[in-house]
Design a protein around this ligand. Structure first.
Ligand SMILES: [Fe+2]
Length: 285
């Protein structure tokens, strides 16, 4: 069965969210949703998530899964909000536990005693392993672990469609940074090889499009196109070349504006803290 795919663009964070479904009136999954968040006022709202919810309702779809490709550092996931409105299970790569283990103490979540294990069992419904299969109605999804940008990154493969998170972007924007805790350029190279081993016609759906040079929004490429034209990594790029390039590039990048709020919320599947977002400080004097 062919998957139907609807893309939603969250312009404040350049994030693409997807609704993947088997047929109108059938079953769907949401991949990588976003909350609206104004950093200066702390106001969190749901206009964007509500658009996705309205689409699902309009097409009379039942929501089986709310999926994350990874713990994002640049936007807040709406997974728990969407689940609260439409049901479904929140699924994520099993290695989100590594991200939780790293960041829970940084933010002293639930006091210093709260372990990553406790976080894990409180917020997510399912932890995918590599090559695990599950279904969205009549569609079969295969999970492919694609770490490197983060340790928990996964790709969801639905027939000829790969939802690759931040593994690759459109060919004119390249690949994702690997300098977050748990990120690793060598691992990302290996993950991209897994994607490049898929048939050239496989459609790649990216999680962000930053519209370089002010071009029109684009969010879908193919394995063949990326292998030929990706500005960071073609089918010919060697591991050494890529790792060297990526490491140099990452040294020049700024901390994402929403890093701390995003991580705090996203390792809890989008459940907001009671009252405050914490920002860890590091003194330089
Ligand atoms: Fe990301």
């Amino acid at each position: 069965m062919t998957a139907s795919i609807e893309a939603f663009f969250h312009s404040p964070t350049s994030t693409l969210s997807y609704v993947v479904y088997d047929m109108a009136g059938g079953h769907c999954a949401v991949i990588d949703s976003a909350l609206d968040f104004d950093l200066s006022s702390g106001v969190v709202s749901t206009e964007f998530a509500d658009e996705i919810i309205a689409y699902i309702r309009r097409n009379q779809l039942s929501l089986d899964w709310v999926l994350e490709t990874h713990a994002h550092a640049d936007h807040l996931t709406a997974a728990s909000y969407i689940k609260s409105k439409l049901g479904g299970k929140i699924g994520v790569g099993q290695h989100v536990e590594d991200v939780q283990a790293y960041f829970a103490p940084v933010f002293a979540m639930g006091g210093t005693n709260q372990t990553a294990g406790a976080l894990r069992h409180q917020y997510f419904d399912h932890y995918f392993q590599d090559k695990e299969e599950f279904s969205i109605g009549m569609l079969t999804v295969t999970v492919v672990e694609t770490p490197g940008h983060t340790s928990d990154s996964v790709t969801y493969l639905v027939n000829q469609n790969a939802f690759i998170g931040d593994t690759l972007f459109m060919p004119d924007f390249g690949s994702a940074r690997c300098d977050f805790p748990g990120g690793d350029a060598k691992q990302l190279f290996g993950s991209i090889q897994r994607i490049y081993a898929l048939p050239d016609s496989t459609r790649l759906w990216v999680c962000h499009d930053y519209q370089p040079g002010g071009r029109e929004l684009e969010y879908q490429t193919t394995v063949g196109e990326s292998k030929l034209n990706n500005i960071h990594i073609t089918g010919e790029t060697s591991e050494n070349e890529f790792v060297q390039f990526r490491s140099e590039r990452d040294k020049q990048l700024n901390v994402p504006k929403l890093l701390y709020p995003a991580i705090q919320v996203n390792i809890r599947a989008g459940v907001l803290p009671e009252a405050f977002i914490k920002i860890p400080i590091s003194k330089t004097f």
